[in-house]
Design a protein around this ligand. Structure first.
Ligand SMILES: *Cc1c(COP(=O)(O)O)cnc(C)c1O
Length: 337
């Protein structure tokens, strides 16, 4: 935790327009720290999250001692504010929206639900560095947030890394101690903590990458535009909203997650033509994980999980590659080229 870490944390906070950014070992730890620092997790505390998220979101609640409550997402694949409201009970303490696929939720609607019921918001912004809703960056809406620098994320390091983002001085102080054995700024052990530091080496690399981050986002938005041009006339697929289609949302396209009829056959067809695709979370929503005790019935998410597919979206793709993927999807559905 040397100068490079401090520099990166400062630059990250500036980019987001946040008071504090704290480097940690990974976003999973960051979520854990955020939930604990916010004092959520007394036995019986319920925290509402989208079932279309990584298990890490729910695990943060579990390990803090609370109960994760997965709910439905909406047509944008992000948590549905109406489903959140319907899931609120006397025990609900917080909402953890996941800023999924590089898009930020409709935070006005979520904040309204939170205000009506006195709930905290903690953001899982692991996939959303630089994504905005109404000009404000993901990670700065709730009391705290976590961002991931896992290599597959837009800003990746050479292994695991993450950050806690917060505008709250007390949350920052607690997370600061938790990541390094409970040590405060003077190096005194004043609370229980763990070892979850962002290595100086990773921070130096991240700080360097941050200088070209705008270009990374621009390229991914360009790829999304190309996919839209080539695939919006295919009736069997539903595409994510293209860049600038809604002035309230600035998306960074961590993933390009479409919905497709005959999804499994399409995936096989593309594989046979040398095109790799992924189904997020291995095809399992949080509420599908019966081994962890989930019993919710979420038909919208169930159906979405039979239809969703992530098309290639990364910095190594040339425009020709996008045309090749699009040609093959059109051919699969028998559309004219
Ligand atoms: C990647 C990811 C995480 C976990 O991030 P790590 O840095 O790998 O711990 C959590 N939530 C979501 C939505 C993610 O995509």
């Amino acid at each position: 935790m040397q100068r490079d870490l401090a520099d990166f944390e400062r630059h990250l906070a500036e980019l987001l327009g946040a008071q504090h950014a704290l480097g940690v070992g990974n976003a999973t730890d960051g979520l854990n720290f955020a939930v604990r620092a916010a004092n959520i997790g007394r036995p019986g505390d319920e925290v509402i999250l989208s079932s279309h998220t990584m298990i890490a979101t729910a695990a943060a609640v579990h390990f803090a001692g609370g109960t994760p409550v997965p709910v439905e997402c909406g047509a944008d694949h992000l948590i549905d504010p109406a489903a959140v409201e319907a899931a609120v009970t006397a025990r609900t303490r917080a909402i953890i929206p996941t800023q999924l696929n590089g898009r930020t939720c409709n935070m006005d609607a979520l904040q309204a639900v939170a205000d009506r019921h006195g709930l905290l918001i903690i953001e899982d912004a692991a996939q959303a560095l630089g994504s905005r809703h109404k000009g404000r960056c993901a990670g700065t809406f709730g009391i705290a947030a976590a961002i991931s620098f896992y290599p597959a994320k837009l800003l990746g390091c050479l292994g695991d890394g993450g950050a806690v983002i917060t505008n709250d001085d007390a949350i920052y102080e607690r997370a600061y101690q938790m990541r390094d054995h409970g040590r405060n700024r003077e190096g005194q052990i004043v609370s229980w903590g763990v070892n979850s530091r962002l290595d100086n080496l990773q921070a130096a690399l991240l700080d360097f990458q941050l200088k070209r981050y705008e270009g990374v986002i621009a390229r991914r938005r360009k790829i999304a535009t190309l996919y839209t041009e080539r695939l919006s006339t295919v009736p069997e697929v539903v595409l994510p909203p293209p860049p600038d289609s809604d002035p309230d949302h600035f998306d960074i396209y961590q993933n390009y997650e479409i919905e497709a009829e005959k999804r499994n056959e399409l995936k096989e067809y593309l594989k046979d033509h040398g095109i790799g695709t992924l189904i997020q979370w291995g095809g399992q929503a949080v509420h599908h994980l019966k081994a962890l005790g989930f019993t919710q019935h979420l038909p919208y998410t169930d159906r979405l999980f039979t239809r969703m597919l992530m098309l290639p979206m990364n910095m190594s793709l040339a425009d020709d590659d996008i045309h090749y993927v699009s040609d093959n999807i059109r051919a699969f559905y028998g559309c004219k080229p």
